[in-house]
Design a protein around this ligand. Structure first.
Ligand code: MN
Length: 147
């Protein structure tokens, strides 16, 4: 996906969000940000392919096994976004406050076109999760905790 869509949606003279760039080397970090936007939600981001692959998760990540949550894939974000907290001003895309809910590393278990399995090693979120692409609609995934 790259960052073109991310850049296109934002005005970097006005937003405190990082402009960023695609990098060559990725580590295995993740972040969950709490976002008080027009609709309160969580943003889940996995460091992968030099960017942060990103999903908006309306109800947040499941903390108990067996729970499924809807996760809507959004545009890739730059790696710098992993530390972003702040207030996106009125009139801009994503208006509202962003706070880091949890951050840490993950271990990739398996990845195919429509499924990503991984183990989160955060402070709050730990265990095995699976992101499964649904056929319900464009960009709609299910996030399930299994262990
Ligand atoms: Mn968001």
């Amino acid at each position: 996906m790259g960052l073109k869509e991310y850049w296109k949606k934002r005005k970097f003279k006005k937003t405190p969000e990082p402009k960023g760039k695609v990098v060559k080397v990725s580590k295995n970090r993740f972040v969950v940000q709490e976002h008080w936007a027009t609709h309160y939600h969580f943003d889940f981001r996995l460091e992968m392919e030099g960017v942060l692959k990103s999903w908006a998760v309306p109800k947040g990540l499941p903390e108990k096994k067996g729970i499924k949550r809807l996760a809507v894939q959004v545009e890739d974000h730059p790696l710098d976004y992993i530390n972003f907290q702040g207030k996106i001003p009125k009139g801009l895309y994503g208006v509202g406050t962003v706070k880091i809910f949890d951050k840490g590393n993950y271990e990739l278990i398996d990845k195919t076109r429509d499924r990503i399995s991984f183990k989160l090693k955060g402070k709050k979120l730990k265990g095995e999760y699976h992101l499964i692409k649904t056929k319900l609609g464009k960009n709609q995934w299910l996030l399930i905790k299994t262990k």
